[in-house]
Design a protein around this ligand. Structure first.
Ligand code: COA
Length: 173
C-alpha cells in the first residue's frame, strides 16, 4: 500500500486525540496518555502560523484515504537549519512498512523542500522497532541520554540519532 504525507488539518484532530490517549504510543513519546480534544484544538489553533513546525498526516492510498499515523518536523531552527523528527503509526496500522515510507517522505521534505541541514530525533533505547526504522533510513546514533525521561513507572535511557542533508541526498534517488 502506498502512503503519502499531507498537512495536518483541524478535522484530523479526533484521530490525533485517539493516538495521544493511547498509552502504548505515548510511553514512547515520553508523554502522558492524557489530552482532551479541546486542548489539542487550542494547541492546533495557536500554532497554525508557526513556521517552526510541519505536522503531516500519513495517509494511505486507498479509496477512503485512511489516516495511518502522523509524522512531524518540529523545533525547525532557521539559523542552524535543524529540526526534530517525530512519528506515530496507529497501532492498528503498524508492521506494514508505513513508518519506513513516511520517514523517507518526511526526510525528503526536510532536505529537498525546506533545505534543512540536519534532522535529529530522541528515541527510547528499548524501542527496537523504531531504532530499526531510523537506522534503515540513514539516521546514526550521536549519543546516549542517561535516564532522560520518566515514563511508565521508571526512568528511561534514550538515544539521540540524526541524519545530515548531504548524506540523505547522496544516497536517495
Ligand atoms: C515505531 C513505529 C513508528 C513503527 O511503525 P511501523 O509502521 O510498525 O514500522 P514499519 O512497519 O515501517 O517497520 C518496522 C520495522 O521494525 C522491525 N521491527 C519491529 N520490531 C522490532 C524489534 N523488536 N527489533 C528489531 N526490529 C523490529 C520490523 O521488522 C520492520 O523492519 P523491516 O521493515 O526491515 O522488516 C510504531 O511502532 C509506533 O508508532 N510506535 C509508537 C510510537 C513510537 O514509538 N514512535 C517513535 C518514537 S521515537
Amino acid at each position: 500500500m502506498t502512503v503519502r504525507l499531507r498537512a495536518l488539518e483541524r478535522d484530523d484532530l479526533p484521530f490525533v486525540h485517539l493516538l495521544s490517549n493511547d498509552s502504548s504510543v505515548m510511553t514512547y513519546w515520553f508523554d502522558e496518555p492524557f489530552e482532551s480534544l479541546a486542548e489539542l484544538t487550542d494547541i492546533y489553533d495557536r500554532h497554525i502560523h508557526d513556521n517552526r513546525e510541519r505536522r503531516f498526516v500519513i495517509e494511505l492510498d486507498d479509496e477512503n484515504r485512511t489516516s495511518a499515523g502522523i509524522v512531524e518536523l518540529v523545533e525547525i531552527e532557521p539559523v542552524h537549519l535543524t529540526a526534530e523528527f517525530q512519528i506515530i503509526v496507529a497501532p492498528w496500522h503498524q508492521g506494514r512498512g508505513h513508518a519506513s515510507t513516511a520517514t523517507d517522505l518526511a526526510l525528503r521534505y526536510a532536505f529537498a523542500t525546506l533545505n534543512l541541514h540536519k534532522v535529529y530525533l530522541i528515541v527510547d533505547i528499548e524501542n527496537a522497532g523504531a531504532i530499526h526504522v531510523y537506522e534503515k533510513n540513514g539516521f546514526v546514533v550521536e549519543g546516549t541520554l542517561r535516564e532522560e525521561f520518566f515514563a511508565a513507572g521508571r526512568y528511561r535511557d534514550a538515544l539521540r540519532m540524526a541524519i545530515l542533508q548531504r548524506d540523505y541526498l547522496n544516497t536517495s534517488s
